[in-house]
Design a protein around this ligand. Structure first.
Ligand code: SF4
Length: 452
């Protein structure tokens, strides 16, 4: 990371040489020239400064479902932005290579300005910026400035977070963030203390703060074998949500993959997620979805009146089928909970027959989504054809300069893989995405790829 720092908000003087950071409930008081717990804010000349303004992982085009958001513009393209550091230290972190600063490989870091990100969205027709991956709390100033600029340019903003943050910065976020996807790890205070190094109550208070606003909110819980997967754990979460947020908030139970310090268990079984959903339905929750789960008919949104599918989903793919632009069921006219349902841009098919290079990816139980990374950089716009294997589907994708990473995800059980073809001097690599909002930094050894 570049050593330069910027003035930070949300701190108070502590003594002549030190200050107390008030961005998150940890209230660090770093000594002169030292950082706080997150590793990206610290003290210089008696002031708290931010050391990661605009310093980011590569901007990545994904789809809104990667962020556990199902009721806002299904299948919309998002520009996912993640920085480094975190105000928590979850033993099971799914993005530990970038959230835990001591493990960071600085060659992954780029530098963006708010203006560059807004331009990237406009040039690539991406309607939403998503603050995601590690946790956006710890680059608050950059998130606020960029989100304000994005909204002025007609771009929506999405905030995916574990939400260990103070009240005052959340007030600023509510002013400039359209969509909140917040993760609640457990309702057990001891769990938070031991497994995340954070406290439960501030997270609950901040979720209620957003719920009381007019902003769109969805909640998720990572279901981790042996940690929070028992009925009692899940029922506590459901009961709190029903009492404090309501039965209409979309709730996502998300499968965990072994990571960081928690690797002695297997990936969360699908039946565990189904059990959690049955408990939530039995208690009255209306919209319960299962994350990191690839199965047909598992996550559809049905009309509450006539029960036809309004949105069909498979994995990260969503297909709006029976909604008009005002979100009414086209069969019976009932208003659905889906906001702005027809925002997604469909890619055209490409009928060009000759391509000089290709990358082939085969799906299996572990490899069902991947980031495609441009490893040899483009001089200008590059155009790719994405050809499905096992089903009839082709699409054309154009990358404008500055955007060199995007997600591809399995479209159906019948799709066995994809072939990506291009004609330029660029080159592309596949990095397997193990979970929603996972930012892979290295290829998996077992992925099957081929370039010609
Ligand atoms: S944001 Fe960072 S420096 Fe500030 S209190 Fe939280 S962990 Fe400490």
């Amino acid at each position: 990371m570049k050593p330069n720092s910027r003035a930070a908000q949300h701190w108070i003087p502590f003594n002549q040489q030190r200050a107390e950071c008030r961005l998150c409930p940890r209230h660090c008081r770093p000594k002169q020239n030292r950082k706080g717990f997150c590793g990206v804010r610290g003290t210089e000349n008696g002031e708290i400064r931010t050391f990661n303004y605009g310093q980011s992982l590569a901007a990545t085009e994904e789809i809104i479902e990667t962020e556990a958001v199902n009721h806002f513009s299904p299948s919309a393209r998002i520009l996912s932005m993640g920085n480094v550091g975190c105000m928590m230290a979850c033993s099971f972190c799914q993005n530990w290579e970038t959230s835990q600063i001591k493990h960071l490989d600085t060659k992954s870091i780029r530098h963006y300005t708010p203006e560059q990100l807004v331009s990237l969205c406009l040039e690539n027709n991406i309607p939403i910026i998503s603050w995601t991956y590690n946790d956006p709390v710890v680059w608050h100033e950059f998130v606020i400035e960029t989100s304000q600029l994005a909204q002025k340019n007609g771009i929506k903003t999405l905030y995916k977070s574990a939400f260990y943050i103070e009240k005052s910065p959340v007030e600023e976020l509510i002013d400039c963030i359209d969509i909140f996807s917040l993760s609640l790890k457990s309702l057990n205070a001891e769990f938070y203390q031991k497994q995340t190094k954070a406290k439960l109550q501030p997270v609950l208070d901040r979720i209620q703060q957003v719920a009381a606003s007019s902003r769109h909110l969805e909640l998720s819980q990572l279901v981790i074998p042996e940690l929070n997967d028992q009925n009692q754990d899940i029922e506590q979460t459901i009961d709190w949500i029903i009492q404090h947020v309501g039965i209409n908030v979309p709730l996502h139970f998300v499968a965990f993959h072994p990571a960081y310090q928690y690797t002695h268990v297997e990936r969360t079984p699908l039946n565990t997620l189904k059990r959690a959903r049955a408990l939530a339905h039995a208690k009255g929750m209306k919209y319960v979805y299962l994350g990191n789960a690839y199965e047909s008919d598992l996550n559809d949104t049905l009309c509450s009146n006539c029960h036809i599918p309004l949105v069909k989903r498979y994995g990260l793919h969503a297909d709006v089928q029976n909604l008009d632009s005002q979100s009414h069921c086209t069969q019976c006219g009932t208003l659905s909970p889906i906001i702005n349902p027809l925002l997604a841009i469909q890619y055209p098919e490409n009928h060009q027959q000759t391509f000089s290079q290709q990358l082939e990816i085969h799906w299996d139980n572990e490899v069902q989504s991947t980031h495609i990374l441009q490893t040899k950089h483009q001089e200008k716009t590059d155009t790719l054809q994405i050809h499905s294997l096992g089903i009839t589907h082709n699409q054309t994708k154009t990358l404008a300069q500055g955007l060199d990473r995007f997600i591809i995800s399995r479209r159906s059980e019948s799709e066995t893989g994809v072939i990506i073809r291009w004609n330029s001097e660029c080159n592309y690599q596949s990095l397997v995405v193990l979970d929603r909002a996972h930012y892979p930094v290295e290829p998996l050894g077992k992925i099957i790829v081929k370039t010609e």
